[in-house]
Design a protein around this ligand. Structure first.
Ligand SMILES: Cc1cc2nc3c(=O)[nH]c(=O)nc-3n(C[C@H](O)[C@H](O)[C@H](O)COP(=O)(O)OP(=O)(O)OC[C@H]3O[C@@H](n4cnc5c(N)ncnc54)[C@H](O)[C@@H]3O)c2cc1C
Length: 394
């Protein structure tokens, strides 16, 4: 599709489905069918075979028109599982899963981390054994965001323990409502239980829900993680007009007579960082749109997470002693879309920001990736290199 044809398709979408009066799920369905979900892919996958760079045009026009954002309704599905399906899914899997994922009818979660395999996710122990046309899945996952709302999960499981860890992993799509799946809440510092621990006890997965080849799960998982970093970094960097909230907080504090040159300098420094992160997010999204994000996704995730923590701390400090008082701490189970539970307090935002440098890869791990893969520095110590997974002490 040419830019002119794409513009005409956007005009028609907005004319036939005015965002102000259309149910968001209906709007997403119409957007998918119009080839405006991921413009660079085939029409059957929600695209229009257009230049990837034109995705920015679609986002800009729809944002200006006040259209709902699919990522707010299915964050892990849109940010990570969708791009992974586009890259590794068979035509049947893409036809079955992409549209309901995009419309938010089927919420997705990402089942990678385990109690002993977070940073070292390739060391995971959940087992899938072949049984005729099915696989039988046993094991535990942890920190699974939105598992309590999910219909589908993208899971990595060990299918061959006799080879080195990266080679014995296979990726699957698991039905989160299948017999043997048990989702339990895990409470966070904020009091909310946004994530979960998930137990799998003899869960059957049809071989048709295997994503990629047997033993090729690490490649599938890497696609997910690279997209996660773009998605998380992008969300952090583009949450609002970059830095505007920081300046507003400072103005409010100054009006109370609590401004001073040091705090003003801090506010301006953070505003500059917010804008640098925003520009990096725009660059990373251009790569991410093609389903093949580059290292700038990891850079953005690293810098945005650390920036976000400093910004949240600054805003909380401006509250003075009130910053130490949490308005409420009951356990809530977050719902979607984002924002449906109300705007979190400054204190809660400060507490939630502590997770930013852990989720989606810790800052230490991202620095390792940058050092090794971007700067070409000597690698981290790896005592399990070339050793069969079953022979690695754990
Ligand atoms: C809010 C939130 C949501 C999450 N959602 C999901 C989700 O939906 N799905 C999912 O699968 N996971 C999810 N996670 C899990 C997340 O990916 C892991 O917490 C993360 O990868 C770190 O793993 P870990 O917690 O096991 O810590 P560990 O890996 O045990 O790390 C502990 C500490 O050791 C450091 N460390 C470890 N290895 C190295 C090394 N080689 N070099 C230097 N330092 C090192 C780490 O940086 C960290 O400081 C979520 C986490 C959070 C906080």
């Amino acid at each position: 599709m040419s830019p002119e044809e794409l513009t005409a398709a956007i005009d028609a979408l907005l004319r036939d489905h005015p965002p102000a009066t259309t149910d968001p799920h209906e709007f997403f369905a119409a957007r998918f069918d119009a080839g405006l979900a991921w413009v660079w892919v085939d029409p059957s996958d929600g695209g229009s075979n257009a230049e990837p760079a034109l995705q920015g045009l679609v986002e800009q026009r729809l944002t200006e028109a006040g259209a709902p954002v699919p990522g707010a309704y299915n964050p892990i599905g849109i940010g990570m599982c969708g791009p992974t399906l586009l890259t590794h899914g068979t035509p049947e899997q893409r036809a079955r899963y992409l549209r309901p994922l995009y419309t938010g009818e089927e919420i997705w979660c990402q089942l990678f981390s385990e109690p002993s395999a977070g940073s070292d996710v390739a060391g995971l122990a959940a087992r899938a054994r072949r049984d005729g046309d099915d696989w039988i899945l046993d094991g535990q996952k942890v920190w699974t965001s939105f598992a309590h709302l999910s219909h589908r999960g993208l899971i990595l499981a060990r299918t061959d323990p006799t080879v080195p860890k990266h080679n014995g992993i296979t990726a699957f799509v698991v039905d989160m409502h299948a017999p043997g799946v048990d989702v339990r809440p895990l409470r966070q510092l904020t009091g909310d239980a946004e994530f979960n621990e998930v137990f799998f006890d003899g869960v059957r997965i049809p071989d048709g829900d295997r994503l990629g080849d047997v033993g090729a799960g690490w490649r599938v998982g890497t696609t997910t993680l690279m997209n996660e970093r773009v998605s998380l970094g992008g969300a952090i960097a583009t949450r609002e007009e970059p830095g505007a909230g920081l300046l507003e907080s400072y103005r409010v504090a100054a009006a109370r007579g609590e401004g001073n040159p040091v705090r003003r300098d801090q506010a301006i420094q953070l505003w500059i960082e917010a804008n640098v992160n925003y520009l990096t997010a725009v660059r990373a999204a251009a790569g991410g749109n093609r389903g093949k994000p580059g290292p700038e996704g990891s850079v953005l995730k690293l810098t945005s997470a650390e920036f976000n923590q400093r910004a949240a701390e600054f805003q909380n400090d401006l509250l003075g002693p009130a910053g130490a008082l949490l308005p409420a701490h009951e356990m809530r189970r977050p719902t979607l879309p984002y924002g449906s539970m109300g705007i979190p307090s400054t204190q809660t935002t400060f507490l939630r920001s502590r997770a930013n440098t852990i989720e989606g890869g810790t800052s230490e791990i991202l620095r390792n990736i940058l050092g090794e893969r971007v700067l070409g520095l000597p690698g981290d110590v790896r005592v399990d290199k070339g050793v069969a997974w079953k022979d690695v002490p754990r």
